[in-house]
Design a protein around this ligand. Structure first.
Ligand SMILES: Cc1cc2nc3c(=O)[nH]c(=O)nc-3n(C[C@H](O)[C@H](O)[C@H](O)COP(=O)(O)OP(=O)(O)OC[C@H]3O[C@@H](n4cnc5c(N)ncnc54)[C@H](O)[C@@H]3O)c2cc1C
Length: 448
């Protein structure tokens, strides 16, 4: 695969930044509810509060959609993330709640796309847990059993049966969800928010939040905002103030790349008739999806730990892009001569359970700052339910499974550089064994 002419960007490959960035907060202000962070989480919270007649102000360090909300792979998941076998083993009772949350979150986003009339190339294809080996297929079958008994809607089959590329053995397709251009979706939500009664200040980085009387005071470089309640929706950047629970998550940088446009007949020859997004069953997944530009966006495979705040504005490491390209050539041998056109990455807040976390500190601080790799569906859904909780004073039952009642978290163990390297090595070791088995099978077939 060609990687000699890649356009590296510090933003995203899906969209250009908006031309109408709102001015910063330029003085002191008061409001009922302040929302910090203008990703899908914060924007959905603020939009819902505004729609329900609340006096809301949103503060965003750059522009709404600058974070991972517009950088992700655009795979709207209909099942929970993380290691579902481990989750089932450690807290099987949570599985039905997690399934319900995941499916409702995906439907919520589909409804939002319709209601706000957002053109984001959404295709309700579902996403497939795709197996690259017989070992991974065994895991997929075990996961499918768990998902079904938790009430999830999935189908299991070979690659031909599921309409996924022949480089995969088979998989489990989540019926709910699909793929979209997340940049267009995020800009659509931003547009609705700017058109709402919420007051939006972009280019406004919050530097401190402190309790004062029955409310909070939020400091920014050019002014202070006093609010009765605050919602923290700053994702990976959340380690920046004392009010945030400690060890809730760690910042991890992940990468997506996009191929050049591929001739339709070459895409058709892959057998990818379902157009379903794919995630492999490695410990650190690879993801692959088709786009409306006749390209394939793919990524992750390697995680980079952020070690100090503020997190740097980065372009992807070319060595990781090279490695992703090698993985692509293995899964899609017929496209091994296609070029990588662009590469970008973003920071995600990852929890030790790989599940989202939200909660409340005291009466007036709410947070939803760690949606891991499933925030495209779950961040907007949880955000809108926090808004409902603020207005109604009662929590909907869906976020129960992610609500941190006692916000005390152990230091994450496997998220250090060494731990991540070991997990990556384990994946590559398994890939090598599977590669040799595949070659041996091909040799035996040829000999016969
Ligand atoms: C490369 C990549 C691929 C992914 N793929 C998928 C996928 O296919 N499917 C899926 O479901 N999820 C995926 N994710 C995860 C998903 O994108 C996130 O979980 C989700 O976008 C989180 O939304 P958010 O609003 O919480 O955070 P963000 O979108 O990161 O928003 C946080 C915002 O807070 C602002 N902010 C931070 N600090 C401050 C401050 N001090 N003051 C003011 N503002 C501040 C930031 O500027 C940012 O705009 C992926 C993520 C990445 C990076």
């Amino acid at each position: 695969m060609k990687t000699d002419n890649v356009h590296y960007t510090t933003f995203t490959g899906w969209i250009e930044p908006p031309a109408d960035v709102a001015p910063p907060l330029g003085g002191d202000l008061t409001c009922d509810v302040a929302v910090i962070g203008g990703g899908l989480n914060g924007m959905s919270t603020a939009l819902r509060l505004a729609e329900r007649g609340q006096d809301v102000v949103l503060l965003e360090a750059e522009f709404c959609g600058h974070g991972s909300s517009s950088r992700n792979a655009g795979q709207l998941a209909g099942a929970p993330g993380g290691d579902l076998q481990l989750l089932n083993l450690l807290s099987g009772k949570k599985m039905p709640g997690m399934m319900r949350l995941a499916e409702h979150a995906a439907h919520h986003v589909e409804d939002l796309i319709k209601r706000l009339d957002i053109d984001c190339d959404y295709e309700p294809t579902g996403n497939t847990f795709a197996a690259v080996s017989r070992g991974q297929m065994g895991r997929v079958q075990r996961v499918a059993k768990i998902v079904r008994s938790a009430g999830g809607q999935v189908e299991v089959g070979t690659s031909e049966e599921l309409g996924i590329p022949r480089g995969f053995v088979g998989g489990m397709r989540e019926i709910v969800g699909g793929t979209m251009n997340p940049g267009k979706f995020t800009l659509g939500v931003r547009r609705a928010l700017l058109d709402s009664s919420a007051r939006i200040f972009e280019q406004t980085k919050v530097t401190d939040i402190a309790g004062q009387g029955s409310g909070v005071v939020i400091s920014t470089p050019r002014g202070q905002l006093r609010a009765n309640r605050v919602v923290l929706a700053t994702n990976a950047f959340s380690g920046e103030w004392d009010i945030t629970p400690k060890h809730l998550s760690v910042p991890i940088y992940v990468i997506e790349v996009e191929t050049e446009p591929i001739a339709p007949e070459r895409l058709a020859a892959l057998g990818w008739s379902s157009r379903s997004g794919l995630v492999t069953q490695h410990n650190i997944m690879e993801n692959y999806r088709l786009t409306s530009r006749n390209s394939i966006v793919f990524g992750v495979r390697r995680l980079e730990r952020g070690t100090s705040f503020p997190l740097p504005l980065k372009t992807p490491d070319p060595a990781i892009v090279e490695e992703l390209a090698k993985g692509f050539a293995t899964r899609f041998p017929a496209l091994a001569n296609v070029a990588v056109e662009r590469a970008w990455g973003g920071w995600i807040a990852i929890t030790s359970s790989w599940l989202p976390l939200a909660g409340q500190v005291g009466d007036n601080v709410f947070y939803s700052i760690a949606c891991n790799g499933h925030g495209l569906a779950q961040a907007p859904y949880i955000g809108s339910m926090i808004a409902d909780l603020i207005v109604d004073g009662e929590r909907h039952e869906d976020p129960d499974v992610v609500w941190a009642k006692k916000p005390k978290f152990p230091r994450p163990v496997m998220m250090g550089r060494l731990g991540l390297r070991l997990v990556w090595m384990l994946d590559r070791f398994n890939d090598r064994i599977n590669g040799s088995r595949r070659n041996a099978r091909r040799g035996a077939e040829l000999a016969a």
